[in-house]
Design a protein. Sequence first.
Length: 61
Amino acid sequence: MIGMRSSSSIAAARHLQRREFERLSHHVCDRCDRVLSINETIERFCESCEQPTTPVERSAA
């Protein structure tokens, strides 16, 4: 069957994706230091602070 994978291979793939995501740089709010969503980064508005923000790029690694 095409597409059949064991649960261990799926777990391994998720683990690799999570590690790659953690290595990416993220934009954070300059006030509360929370990682911003793409929309928040574009709009320059932090929904947590409910205030305008200047997104700061921060490397997670």
